[in-house]
Structure formats: C-alpha cells, structure tokens
Design a protein around this ligand. Structure first.
Ligand code: NAD
Length: 472
C-alpha cells in the first residue's frame, strides 16, 4: 500500500506523520459506508443531530492544543495561527448548531390555496476535496452544514496537510476520510453514489472536478483562487495598527490564503508615505521563523516547488524593472525549510505576472494610481473575483466603490480573515467559483428543496379544476 509521508516544511528532514493512500476500491468502500450511514442519520430529528455535533465540538475543543501543534508541524503555519484556525472551526461548528434548526426547518403553509410543505432534504453522500492552506476550517465549512442537514461525508484532504484534519473528522459522525492526491479525488467526485461535491482549491483541479461532477450530473460548490485588490482611496487614514493588520492580510500563512490582499493600489501622491509606514509595520509584526517558536508570525511555504515558483515570480518582476523591498525580520536559522523572504515589489506595470496571477505566496505588488476613475477597470481586470478591499476615511465612499468591484466579498478598512462574518455568505464571482460557504447560504448549499403539495381545488370541499387547467 502506498503511503503519504508528510515532512515538516520548516525542517524538511523531519517526518511529521504518515497516512495510507486510498486506492479506487478503498474510495468505493468509503462511499458505500457513507451511503449506508446517511439515511439513519437523516431520519433523526435535527435537534438530535446538532446535539451530537455539539458534543463532538467539545471533544475537539479539549484537544485544540495538541492538534494545533500537529497542524503547525505539517503545514508550516505559526502555532498561534493554527490554534486560531481550530478555534474558529469550532466557533463555526457551534454557529451551525445554533442556526441549522431554524434555517433548515421545513416551511409549511395550510391556507385557502392548499397545503404546502417545503422540506430541506439532504443530498445523501457529499464528497469533499480540500486544500492544505487552512485544512481544518476549509473542511469544517463543508462538514458542519452537510452533517447538520443529514448528509454523510467522504472527505479527501490534501496530501500536503492530511494529519490534523483527519483527527478532527474522526470526532464527527458519519464522516469517512480517504487519502491521496488527484487519483483519490477523481475516484471520489466521479463515484455514482456521491450526490454533491464540495471543492476548495486551485483553478486546474477546480476545472477538472467541475467537469467530472458535471459528467455525473452531480451538483457542486467550487471555492477557487483569488487575486484580491486592496484599494486605498485618496483620503485613506491608516493608523499603525491598521498598517500591521494590512501587512498580515497579505503575509499570514506566508501569503498562501485565497483571500489574502494580493495587489495594493495607492494614490501616486501618497506612495512614499505608504511605503514607509508599511515597511515599518512589517518590521514590527512580520517575524519569520520556525512555526513553533513563540512570536513567529510567518513560517515557510508549503513545499519546495511552491518556494521556487514564488522566487521565480519575484525574479521575473525584477527583470521587468521592478524593485524588491524585503520585509520583516527573521529569527533562527531558515536554511532547513522552505522559507521565502516576504517582499513588497514596486515599479511594476499592470501586465506583470505578479500583478495578473494569483501569487499564493509572500510577495505583493504595490501599484500607484492617478484617478479614482481608473480603479474599477484595473481592479476588475482578470478572471478572478474572490474578494477585495476598499480603505477610506469615508465609509460611504468606500461602499460606493465596493459596489463597482467584481468580487464575491469586499472588505471595508480591513482585508482577509479579520473582515469575515459568520453570517455573511463567502464565495467568488467569475472564475473564482460558485456556490457559497458561511451564512445561511452556506447551510442551504447541502440541501435541496423537496415539496409536498395538496392544492385546495382537490381537497375536501374544493371546487376542482378541469383536467388540463393551470393553477390559479
Ligand atoms: P489544489 O487545487 O492543487 O488541490 C486541492 C485539492 O484537490 C487537494 O486535495 C488535491 O489533492 C485535490 N486535487 C488536485 N487535483 C485533483 C483532480 N484532478 N481531481 C480531484 N482532486 C484533485 O489546490 P491547493 O494547492 O491545495 O490550494 C491552493 C488553491 O486553493 C489556491 O488557488 C487558493 O486560492 C485556493 N483556495 C481557495 C479558497 C476559497 O475559499 N475560495 C480557500 C483556500 C484555498
């Protein structure tokens, strides 16, 4: 049996753990087990299901410290970040427990027009394929609503961070975990007993999975990449704390976040002031080192190829006439892992790959603008439309520009996770995906409306209708 051997990206000689690769027969067996489990689970009242999920939240909660260390060692994310991710996943799970009974309750009408019930029926078996950058929360935003709604789930985490999320999934009911790369993912999303596919990841895998799910007529939700612009209107007024938050909005998780601030647009007249305050803030908050070292806020990137790709993007920027400004400070030796120096790049044109592509790493371009009128077109250029941010001393002015941006989520005066809300749906427009996570829409993603209707015309005392009539 093949085995995935996951190394610590901060100390690549250290093996953090191993998981067996699930072959096609194994995936089939997991889907069958889930297929046997979901009907009994769905038949239980939703109050019982959320009680079981709440209990699981308590069990995971008690293991947060240990799981955070495992997550830090397999993903290269700083320990405090990992603790935060697991806590946030539990906050979301409990939010689902609080809200699912209301949102998923059947709607019932019994009046002069007839008796109508709209049930929220689970799909059955949901196949989830998830990435490595936030493996626990990105699985939980699928698992929690799917399970609360009465589905069973087969989860295939990324082979680059399979360990902590497997432990979390093991605490939840009616969840099977399969392991491997694209072959295991393909076997899952094309399985005929999988009725819903939930995917978070990159463009190439997203296109293949959407096509595979489509070929089976399987419904899918796709959460894909982004190239978020952060726009500073001419009146922007940032405190030192704001600059620090902005720096981390790009460099948290070494820039490997779908909704990181990936392009910065600043009025030309304020470029020098911005650059100085930004680099000073980075010096204060951006501490690169081993994820388990207290005070470290940025670890390595996920793999050797990822480090090579980001360094090549920066080198390519320099050969186009850009200037690289190294940011932050390093603690400890960085030669044992996949560390990349966090970098601000100035002097680029709008066609530079660092501007047009999702860099998904610790390098960000700083771009000047002359008039506000040029902003929507420059921000909306390209196929991606996940998130964006607008920063202004005048909130109405920020909301005005936000309405002209092609993005699924626009943050005002912040960016990235600090701007999220459990009650707001999250997801992309254009090629950043479709379907939504979080909020009520994120719950409704895992049910289909199923109607039972007795028209008044044919109930006792009803007036009847001619056989070919349309309803009144
Ligand atoms: P990836 O697309 O390489 O892999 C994601 C998952 O898909 C992994 O589990 C992988 O094994 C699996 N996979 C890959 N090819 C497959 C195939 N052909 N069939 C079935 N499964 C397949 O992505 P990644 O490198 O793990 O994550 C980075 C990307 O994810 C970035 O583009 C990032 O922006 C995006 N992302 C999006 C969101 C969001 O909410 N929109 C959140 C986090 C990450």
């Amino acid at each position: 049996m093949d085995v995935i051997r996951r190394e610590n990206p901060a100390r690549v000689a250290e093996v953090v753990g191993r998981v067996p690769v699930t072959d096609a027969d194994g995936v089939d067996a997991a889907v069958r087990r889930a297929g046997e489990a979901w009907r009994e689970w769905a038949a239980r009242p939703i109050g019982d299901r959320v009680a079981v999920l709440r209990e699981a939240a308590g069990v995971i909660d008690g293991r947060t410290g240990e799981l955070a260390v495992l997550l830090a060692r397999e993903s290269g994310k700083p320990l405090a970040d990992c603790r935060g991710e697991i806590s946030f996943a539990l906050t979301y799970l409990r939010w689902v427990c609080d809200n699912a009974p209301r949102v998923l309750a059947p709607a019932e009408i019994d009046d002069a027009a007839g008796r109508l019930v709209v049930r929220r029926a689970p799909y059955g078996v949901v196949g989830c394929v998830t990435p490595w950058n936030a493996p626990v929360i990105l699985a939980m935003v699928k698992l929690a609503p799917a399970l609360a709604a009465g589905n069973a789930v087969v989860l295939k985490p990324s082979p680059l961070a399979p360990l902590a999320v497997s432990e979390v999934a093991a605490a939840l009911p009616t969840v099977e975990v399969v392991h491997g790369g694209a072959p295991a993912g393909r076997a899952l999303v094309t399985h005929p007993a999988v009725r819903k596919v939930a995917f978070t990841g990159g463009d190439a895998a997203g296109r293949e999975i959407a096509a595979a799910a489509g070929s089976m007529l399987t419904s899918s939700v796709m959460e894909l990449g982004g190239n978020d612009p952060a726009i500073f209107l001419p009146d922007f007024a940032l405190s030192g704390d704001d600059y620090e938050r902005l720096v981390m909005a790009t460099f948290a998780t070494s820039g490997q976040v779908c909704m990181a601030a990936k392009r910065l647009y600043v009025p030309r007249a304020r470029m020098a002031e911005f650059t100085e305050a930004y680099t000073a803030a980075a010096e204060r908050v951006l501490v690169v080192g081993d994820p388990l070292t207290p005070g470290v806020t940025m670890g390595p990137v996920i793999s050797g190829p990822a480090a090579d790709r980001i360094r090549a993007l920066v080198a390519g920027s320099l050969s186009r006439g850009g200037t690289a400004v190294p940011l932050g400070r390093a603690v400890g030796g960085l030669e044992s892992g996949y560390f990349v120096t966090p970098t601000l790049v100035t002097g680029l044109d709008d066609q530079a790959p660092l501007v047009t592509e999702e860099q998904f790493g610790p390098a960000v371009p700083l771009l000047p603008y002359d008039t506000e009128e040029e902003l929507p077109a420059r921000a909306n250029a390209g196929d991606l439309g996940l998130a964006a941010s607008v920063w202004s001393a005048d909130e109405d002015r920020a909301f005005g520009l936000a309405a002209r941006l092609e993005a699924g989520y626009v943050f005002v005066n912040t960016h990235n996770r600090t701007g999220m809300s459990l009650r707001a749906p999250f997801g992309g427009v254009k090629r950043s995906g479709y379907g939504r996570e979080y909020g009520e829409e994120g719950l409704l993603e895992y049910v289909q409306s199923a109607v039972v209707h007795a028209p008044a015309a044919f109930r006792d005392g009803g007036a009847g209708l001619p056989a070919t009539a349309y309803p009144a």
